[in-house]
Design a protein around this ligand. Structure first.
Ligand code: QV4
Ligand code: CA
Length: 500
């Protein structure tokens, strides 16, 4: 009996960390990589809120090492100097104001928490908030941390450690980054203090960077000491933060993602890898008929899903041929499939353009980040890609919101690369990745009427700027997707933005 109660309690706690606590009717988050807090607040009010986005993962908000010797790369933000909220994205007031303004617009904020380590050793030791460090002494006065707060004996993770040796993966340094000992009571207090400070400011949860490199037992203690979400920001009382742990597990390593699913959600890296392969023709779309755990993916409730992230879009972290904004046609299709399919908790990537994989965000000569500009057609300039503002992508966020909690039904395929399916009686999508046209009468599960395809265009008054689809009394419609078209999918749904 006691054991059953303990088990149920443990299960309840784990589920508690797997709810993103989006505002009603919202389903999707976007990573606004390297954006400034003031720009994010404006984006919540002018675009993300009105367009139905659920949340934003922001870049690490705590003070990091300034690395001019590598021309201020994006990865300097993964080298903490303290837990003060001051970075190139903004200071504490700006962070707090962003969280308040985004929550007011119905958009939640998730913090990228770097709690495995501090910085590496460099010849410059200035933090973005003015803190210094004595690397040789493992001394970070901005926290403060000293020698006793790190793992000993000193060691650095080697490639083959991942195959054999969990203790080394967790207690040695990840590429020279000084490895904190989360088993220490003092270290836990510093980490929990930082996380609770931003929870109290109104954030809804965390990405746990490098979770594979920390002991699950230590993480459990840290998570269980976190405050409930702040009800003054619209969260229900007793709500636990949403936590998704970065564990790259493509198989074959000593540490598995399954060691972390009892704690909270986990990033599912196989998801983007498999969809990238399929939409580039390396696997037939027909096989997606049983997409989800049968493909070796995590259970639905455990999975934070995405096509690309800030690492693998530039060849850091997990390997594989990942689709990005640079390969737009299959990328948009893979994103559309992710957002149309009920499996997983989806996250979009919003990038700055790059050729050099180390390069930081658009910046001026002093290293200040340059804000994105917004063009008259709604796209971004000044070096920002803003995938979340691409019509084919933000329209699918709306599609997912409309589909809600419905399941998948009326799957159709042609045995190769043409597929279609419904989400309850709410929404319909078709894909054509064959090199011949799709021209077929298909069941859409929608009420009779005329609908605008939200991929090739949008609704404008009483007409469509792109294709229109006529659904008959039997729910069927003729679906046409030619190979020469800009996009390989067509999507229609109930609700104002598609139905004429
Ligand atoms: C260099 C040498 C080391 C030497 C060290 C001396 O390579 O041998 O010991 O100097 O100080 C950078 C540099 C790296 C440098 C290191 C230490 O690339 O050359 O070491 O800093 O200063 C990002 C980047 C890393 C970067 C790091 C810190 O991807 O290249 O390292 O930021 O700036 C695994 C993990 C997974 C991880 C992934 C990248 O399991 O957890 O690798 N992913 C997350 C983040 C990622 C981030 C980190 C973890 C670290 O998503 O963006 O790494 O916080 O798969
Ligand atoms: Ca560690």
């Amino acid at each position: 009996m006691m054991r059953v109660i303990v088990l149920l309690f443990g299960l309840g706690l784990a589920l508690a960390y797997k709810n993103p606590h989006y505002a009603a009717g919202r389903t999707t988050m976007v990573h606004l990589f390297e954006w400034k807090w003031d720009d994010i607040a404006a984006e919540c009010e002018r675009f993300l809120g009105p367009r139905g986005f659920g949340g934003i993962q922001v870049s690490p908000p705590n003070e990091n090492l300034v690395i001019w010797s590598a021309n201020r790369p994006w990865w300097e933000r993964y080298q903490p100097m303290s837990y003060r909220l001051i970075t190139r994205s903004g200071n504490e007031q700006q962070f707090e104001s962003m969280v308040r303004r985004c929550n007011a617009a119905g958009v939640r904020i998730y913090v990228d928490a770097i709690i495995n380590h501090m910085s590496g050793t460099w010849n410059q030791n200035d933090g973005t908030g003015g803190s210094t460090a004595n690397f040789g002494e493992w001394h970070y006065p901005g926290v403060p941390f000293g020698r006793n707060d790190f793992n000993w004996p000193h060691c650095v993770i080697q490639g083959n450690d991942y195959g054999c040796c969990p203790e080394r993966v967790r207690n040695c340094e990840l590429s020279g980054l000084k490895d904190l000992n989360q088993g220490s009571e003092y270290v836990r207090q510093m980490i929990v203090g930082f996380m609770n400070r931003v929870i109290d400011m109104g954030v809804a949860g965390f990405r746990i960077d490098a979770a594979k490199h920390m002991w699950p037992g230590d993480l459990r203690v840290i998570y269980d000491r976190l405050h409930n979400l702040n009800t003054a920001h619209g969260f229900p009382s007793g709500a636990r933060p949403y936590i998704y742990q970065e564990v790259i597990d493509l198989g074959g390593e000593a540490i598995s993602r399954d060691e972390y699913t009892s704690l909270a959600a986990v990033t599912e890296f196989k998801f983007g890898l498999e969809l990238s392969r399929a939409f580039q023709g390396g696997n037939q779309l027909t096989w997606l008929t049983n997409w989800g755990p049968q493909w070796g993916l995590l259970a639905h409730a455990d999975a934070l899903t995405f096509i690309d992230n800030h690492d693998n879009q530039r060849g850091h972290g997990a390997g594989g041929n990942i689709l990005t904004y640079k390969n737009a046609k299959p990328y948009k299709a893979a994103i559309a499939f992710m957002l149309a399919h009920p499996y997983g908790e989806p996250q979009l990537m919003s990038s700055f353009a790059f050729t050099n994989t180390e390069a930081g965000p658009p910046m001026d000569n002093s290293g200040n980040i340059v804000s994105p500009s917004i063009n008259s057609d709604g796209t971004c300039g000044h070096g920002w890609v803003c995938e979340h503002r691409w019509r084919q992508i933000f329209s699918m966020v709306d599609f997912r919101n409309v589909a809600g909690s419905t399941g998948l039904n009326d799957w159709w395929d042609n045995g190769s690369n043409q597929i279609a399916f419904c989400r309850g009686g709410q929404a319909f999508i078709a894909f054509n990745n064959d090199n011949w046209d799709l021209n077929q009468s298909l069941q859409t599960c929608l009420p009779a009427g005329t609908y605008c395809d939200v991929i090739s265009g949008s609704k404008s008054g009483n007409s469509c700027t792109g294709k229109s689809v006529t659904v008959g009394n039997d729910g069927r419609a003729n679906i046409y997707i030619a190979t020469h078209e800009l996009d390989m999918m067509l999507a229609i749904h109930r609700g104002d933005n598609s139905r004429l």
